[in-house]
Design a protein around this ligand. Structure first.
Ligand code: GLP
Length: 243
């Protein structure tokens, strides 16, 4: 587990994208294909923008999965992670080899099975992740399931998680925030060869302290990343101030 603290969010994103971009290019050089997982949420804004700016990446050889999507969420809704990835990433780079989006409007169990069949075929080279204010990893809220072997699972979102989504402005009221989501499981995330975590902002400082310096526990789900051989944390001064 390696930690890099930047002065600003912009610098954090540039540093995260530089390392991740190098790992993507390394995979392309050795396998002529790269399988990645993109994360969503406000923490990823600068990282994704910096990744898009890396003109050395041949996106036509990159297959993309993503971490999570609310159940029942139409792609047109401003909080949809499918919408987020389409508008903030896919529309700004050349066409990818393959894009595997989570359809929140499909039957949840069928969608989990569909996605699971797909991702089992393609070992992940680089996973981008964030950390929730409650320490969640993807939408695996505390107490997270560290043992589920299924690549994607249906999860219940806890109140702190739903309050975070409201606080970030994705919804107009707590009632609007869906109670369930499809999330990549902890075990599946941990299978990724490299994990790049972008975690800026003061609001994440306690979760960063708990998950990076505390014991590995499902009460702080992202703490599991301490056990990953190639996990890299990109913080800013605000999110690192309790370390
Ligand atoms: C979001 C997503 C996660 C993300 C985390 C941090 O809601 N489910 O994939 O990593 O919670 O979100 P943010 O970056 O908005 O703080």
């Amino acid at each position: 587990m390696k930690i890099q603290t930047s002065e600003t969010r912009l610098e954090l994103g540039e540093n995260a994208a530089k390392l991740a971009g190098q790992y993507i290019k390394d995979a392309l050089a050795t396998k002529d294909v790269a399988n990645i997982i993109l994360a969503t949420g406000s923490s990823q804004f600068e990282t994704i923008e910096a990744l898009i700016a890396d003109k050395e990446i041949d996106w036509s050889k990159v297959r993309m999965f993503h971490l999570d999507e609310y159940i029942g969420m139409p792609i047109e809704h401003k909080a949809s992670f499918r919408k987020y990835l389409t508008e903030r990433f896919l529309e700004k780079v050349d066409p990818l080899l393959e894009v595997v989006l989570i359809d929140g409007e499909n039957d949840p169990e069928q969608e989990c099975n569909r996605l699971g069949e797909k991702i089992r075929q393609f070992p992940i080279d680089v996973a981008f992740v964030g950390i929730g204010e409650n320490g969640h990893l993807a939408f695996n809220d505390p107490p997270a399931d560290f043992d589920n072997e299924k690549p994607y699972v249906v999860v219940n979102l806890d109140t702190q998680c739903r309050m975070q989504q409201l606080g970030e402005g994705w919804f107009n009221s707590l009632e609007e925030v869906p109670p369930q989501a499809i999330s990549m499981s902890i075990k599946q995330i941990m299978k990724s060869d490299k994990i790049i975590c972008s975690a800026p902002d003061k609001r994440k400082a306690q979760a960063v302290k708990d998950c990076l310096t505390g014991p590995v526990t499902n009460l702080h789900p992202a703490s599991i990343l301490q056990e990953h051989p190639s996990s890299f944390f990109f913080l800013d001064k605000e999110s690192a101030y309790l370390l």
